[in-house]
Ligand binder design. Sequence first.
Ligand SMILES: [Zn+2]
Length: 401
Amino acid sequence: MTFPGTMKYRKLNIQTQREAPNNARTEGFAFLVRAGYLTRENVPTLLGEYAINHLRDLSNDPSFLFHLSLPFISNVAETFFPVATGSIEVAQCPSCQYTERLELARFAKTAPAQEAELPLEKVLTPDCHTIEALANFLDVPKEKTAKALMYTRLTDNKFIFVVVRGDMQLSEAKLRQHVGDIRPATAEEIESSGAAAGYASPIALKDALIVVDDLIPQSQNLVAGANETGYHLKNTNHGRDYSAEIVADLVQAKEGDACFNCENHLSVLSVMRLATRKEYDFENILLALAETYHDTKGLTLPHPAAPFDVYLMHIPGREMDTRGKAEEIYNTLQNAGISVLFDDRDERAGVKFNDADLIGCPIRVTVGEKNLKEGKIELKKRTEANSQLLAVGETVPFLKK
Ligand SMILES: [Zn+2]
């Protein structure tokens, strides 16, 4: 999109809001709406588009994200920003920084103590439709049970029988990496394989691709279904009673699991994605900046992330044309390569100060009659309480420092 040649408040048609929108899920979003970067419907305004375009320009530098000073986490494929409302979950190791989408995260599994294989034993297990109920009924820990999950592969309708330990959750994303795209098997497909829904085991199946988690061959004497409604088998053993075509890591990591690299505890974080290997998500980067850089009054965007380095404003004068003087300063700053948002409205100082705080440029320059009579302007950093007076002619050298 093309922008107006001048960066003036009125031309950008900035609309700030006194109140946070009702639908604000985060403080960052609320301030982006209040400062006029986004509509309440999360659509960038002209100011928002300008800010996003500014980020896009900066992204020509490969280390762009580092310059924004965002607390991001990343792996080779993706970069994420932790935020409670994020729609993606990742596992992260606080020690070695291993970061992976939760459904694909590896973790160090603890192999159980080896046991001698005991003979198979068929037991009546009425109404044991869940691992929980089964473990309670037989009075065994869940890690001594085998959980069965049945799928059909999309490409060739192959019936796929999956076994993970009863104390763990299958990650379908990991399964897909080994077998391709799948869907849940139908009742007919389960029946024709010889399995019994709710009481299924991989023993003596017809035409099934058996896939097990890598802990299964290391876990002896597991309780599994008997492929007969109402019955389970005690002491099933991989290798003796059935064999898998694929043995792989198939289960989902959870908070506190041991890191695969360094064995420290993994954390599970909600995140939003800032970048892939191929492209940046500039709207999410703007939101991440707002989440990271705000105070109670508004945004506190740092250089170079801020769309403008300077918020320039005049206080309407009684005798002097402060707007005309501000316009001169605006041109001087722009010619010196300093990016400026010029609040050219004839509003009261208080209104403009509030908007300057909301919009969050690093430096505010105020042109007022009293100071101007002494040839000075007022300069205030957004993140500092005090302002200072500067001779008009010193403004550019000061800002270029
Ligand atoms: Zn680690």
